[in-house]
Design a protein around this ligand. Sequence first.
Ligand code: GLN
Length: 519
Amino acid sequence: MSGGIPLTIDDALEALASGGITSEQMVSHSISVFQEDAHSPVPLNAFLEMYDDALERAREADRERAAAQKAGTLAALLQEKPLLGLPFAVKDNMSVQGKRLTCASHILEGYIAPYNATVIDRLVKAGAVPLGRCNMDEFAMGSSTEYSIYGPTRNPIDRAYVSGGSSGGGAAAVAANQALFALGTETGGSVRLPASYCGIYGLKPTYGVLSRWGIVAYGSSLDQVGVMGRTPRDIALPLSVMCGADFYDDTSADLPGADSLRNLQAFAKSDSAAFGGLKIAVPRQFLEAQGLSEDVRAVFDTTQKWFRDRGARVEQVDLPILNASLASYYVIALSEAASNLSRFDGIRYGHRVDPGEGYDELYVATRSEGFGAEVKRRIIIGNYVLSEQFSGDCYKKGMTVRARIQREIAALFQTHQVILCPTCPTAAFKLGQKVDDPLEMYLSDLYTMFVNLARIPSVSVPAGYTKPAGTEKAASPPALPVGIQFAGAMFSEPFILALAQAWEEDHPGCGIPVKDGTI
Ligand code: GLN
């Protein structure tokens, strides 16, 4: 344990069971770290707000546990509420009833969520405690959590670096030991990328496995809730209580084998046969891509070797269509965003600027003032792509490319079980380095987007560190975490998480060194 919150869910459950810690103590710790951070000259800025009822919920969980212990019914209670008393971080685009939700945007200032997102509801029913609202890129558009009206979230490993985005607040909260796990959302990599930059695990599930009800839409055909934690189990446990079809989301689906999420031992050390049958595909296009850093390549080589040493076959495969995934993603995501964000008009939600001249003027004034520059850029591109003259050339072509990506990835999974590739071309970059260069920023997601386009699941595992370049001088860059992703066929979450668990057992602590939130 470090600084108040145990590092993993298993540690927390053990400490709660033995009386070594209470839920109230965990939540109080996070609140005091949050308060201290607000006065720091270089704040981490992971949380934007701690929910005012978090402490009371934690106390209630402690009371329930104590009563069940006394009555000898604790086992039954934990069956029903497997996450009893465990604090988690929420992204600022998720509805928690009665709480503020802003998508890190002026346009939603003052908005209060009227109901719980399904994922929040299911976690709360399982006993978990929503701690607070975490920072993000405005409307989840970005890769660094710098496009936020609240200022950037910094990387807990070194505060001169970005945390990654758009779910950077949640990733930093977990990495800095301020929450046991965090919910994020993905449209094109926003859970895996910050997980990789902060040295933790991050899962983007199959499209449909987690309900989108109560989550603010960005690109609806791509959006999916994801989970970040310090170990694969810290992802699997919350996933097991959140997954499953939801009446309120027609695109939601049941996850086959969801029960096995609570036992991830499919690739236990003693069982080399399990690895012997594995065929792993490495897309050649990603290795040849410009911008892949030497450090990431070196970590990736070690990861491939780990699979080979355990008996798996690792093969390079040709998927030229992947070269078009970034273009296809931006055409589709931005078209859907332009349409989804049209609802923020100053009438129905949040902020309103009314020059008193009629509706058109009200819309224009509200949206001009309410949205940040990056969001406006994307709305303009999206509307351009959808306009009559260009939709044939752009939107339909983007959709055709997507369909081909889906077909070719599905065909690849007929012969291989895993696609292995780096999560990002580089490790975390410095604050401010890419913020004025949208294209450079977009390229950070080069390796993550095909997963969203193909709707498959993928987990980013902390796989190593960049070498500190040059000498030992104080000025040399710090060693930063590097993530590698294991992507599987649709609905293969139990399988890829079990693989990640095998990785974790061989590389414990491959995530960031243990420090508390006051680093
Ligand atoms: N960085 C990508 C974008 O800005 C992905 C964001 C996300 O997954 N929400 O669109």
